[in-house]
Design a protein around this ligand. Structure first.
Ligand code: ADP
Length: 485
């Protein structure tokens, strides 16, 4: 492999089930490529239903001892895992840039962000308090205990291959659950490196398992198993619906973090410099490949031309290139399908009258590189008004009233993130109340943090990750009536 790491043992090319690193039963493999160059990086097992069943066995076998362990001890193991992730941050960042493409500076930031979920849930492990309820009669005491739901499964996407794993795995393990993880086929190496570090931290075999391979077969086996009590999924709305349907016969607890189509509102009283800076983060971080990426930018008529010119200048100045190259701010898109979607959205917008202020085409570097793009005169008929572009394209829509902006912002099936820039307190509160999303960034283009509850409404799914709320997803309430006192 062309990957050079200080600790070569972090490059794992086998799946992990219970106490053993394993190959697929039929010896098949999935190839892992570097999106910056197309080079083959590694191969991992192409597993299916049989191996997944054994991973569920391993998670089930590990469950009784793990949930009985006192929460402080589980927390201590998570603290150790966090420490190892931070200690190996540079190698982990290299691995992430290699298989996912994001610039090394962003990869380092993601490692820190991913670790912060482990640290947070190491602490939250000890705070799964129950309640004592005043009873209806003097001879009774009523208790509400909170217990781990049991064996869990997590299915994660490729855009944040560390953070999407730790925000699920750390919460599940802290709660006393065991887990089978299926990472995205584009980015299994990050998940396997986290697995290796979890083992080094002393997390017992079977508590965390990673199966790589065929998503349909693995997802089918996880959802069909009555022993899997909960599934946490981050990915497309389409696959989220499928998993929910497949989970219906066994009535699993679910957390679904699905697609978004975030509006970004710039009012006439906004600090325009701050709004441009916020949008650069909300739109172009990870080349726009984030479910909370600003997808539709609504700008008030009075500041539209000024804002558009500033944004176009800033976008044109972004450095595009391989993520490992110093100074690069925009890496390649994950694959050819991602590039094709961006091209389709831009072509459709132009056909409906959008003007290209910056970019608007593939980058001269070839491959899956696309130039940071700003489009003026976007309108509701365009594909990019309805669908998530998941690429570095900023379409600017014009509005004349707050009511019009809010109505347009809410006129999509999704409800994950929204952003607004204004300095009017009353307007800010009106917008917060009116926006139909699970999260709102006010005068901030960066809202993600382990200490806040991340999640959506409408077709963006349900459940929250991070914060105090994130551990609830892995707990169930047991009510006890203590009578005869
Ligand atoms: P994206 O468009 O970001 O790739 P997906 O929803 O296709 O979004 O992928 C997110 C995760 O869901 C990945 O781990 C992928 O392998 C997995 N996945 C895709 N199809 C299925 C399926 N039928 N069952 C279970 N998981 C699936």
């Amino acid at each position: 492999s062309p990957l050079v790491l200080d600790d070569p043992q972090l490059l794992r090319q086998q799946a992990r089930i219970g106490a053993a690193w394993c190959d697929a039963d039929d010896g098949g493999h999935l190839m892992v490529h570097d999106p910056a160059s197309g080079a083959l990086l590694a191969q991992v097992p192409r597993m299916g239903a049989a191996e997944t069943g054994r991973a569920v066995d391993a998670a089930e076998a590990a469950l009784p001892a793990w949930k009985r362990l006192d929460a402080g001890a589980r927390g201590a193991l998570l603290h150790q895992w966090n420490a190892l992730v931070l200690q190996h941050a540079e190698d982990l960042a290299r691995l992430l840039t290699a298989e996912q493409g994001k610039p090394l500076a962003d990869a380092r930031a993601e490692v820190g962000y991913a670790a912060s979920f482990i640290a947070w849930y190491a602490e939250e492990a000890r705070r799964t308090y129950g309640e004592v309820i005043p009873g209806p009669a003097g001879d009774r005491r009523l208790l509400a205990l909170r217990e781990p739901v049991g064996v869990c499964a997590a299915i994660t996407p490729w855009n944040f291959p560390y953070a999407m794993v730790t925000r699920k795995a750390a919460a599940a393990l802290a709660a006393g659950c065991t887990l089978v993880l299926k990472p995205a086929e584009q980015t299994p190496l990050c998940a396997l490196a986290l697995m290796e570090l979890a083992l080094r931290a002393g997390i017992p075999p079977g508590v965390l398992n990673v199966v790589t391979g065929d998503p349909v077969a693995i997802g089918g086996a996880l959802t069909a198993s009555p022993r899997v009590r909960k599934i946490s999924f981050t990915g497309s709305t389409e696959v989220g619906r499928l998993l929910m349907r497949q989970s219906a016969p066994t009535l699993k607890k679910l957390s679904l973090e699905l697609g978004g189509n975030a509006p970004f509102l710039v009012f006439e009283d906004a600090d325009l410099d701050a709004a441009v800076e916020g949008l650069l983060t909300a739109k172009f971080r990870n080349a726009g490949q984030a479910c909370i990426a600003a997808n539709r930018i609504y700008v008030h008529d009075a500041v539209y031309d000024d804002f558009a010119a500033r944004l176009a200048r800033a976008a044109a100045a972004l450095q595009v290139g391989p993520g490992a190259q110093p100074g690069v701010q925009i890496g390649p898109l994950i694959d050819a399908d991602a590039l094709a979607k961006v091209e389709r959205h831009v072509a459709d917008a132009r056909a409906h009258g959008a003007r290209v202020l910056a970019g608007g085409e593939r980058h001269a570097l070839g491959g899956t590189y696309y130039r940071p793009t700003v489009l003026a005169d976007a309108d509701a008929r365009m594909l990019l008004a309805r669908e998530e572009t998941f690429g570095p394209v900023a379409p600017l829509f014009r509005f004349r009233s707050e009511e019009e902006a809010i109505a347009a912002a809410n006129n999509v099936e999704f409800g994950l993130g929204a952003y607004l820039y204004s300095r009017d307190h009353a307007r800010i509160w009106r917008c917060i109340d009116a926006l139909e999303t699970g999260m709102v960034g006010v005068n901030s283009g960066l809202i993600s943090t382990a200490v806040a509850p991340f999640g959506g409404i409408k077709q963006s799914g349900f459940g929250r990750e991070g914060a105090r709320q994130g551990i609830e997803e892995y707990l169930v309430v047991k009510y006890v009536c203590l009578g005869g006192l």
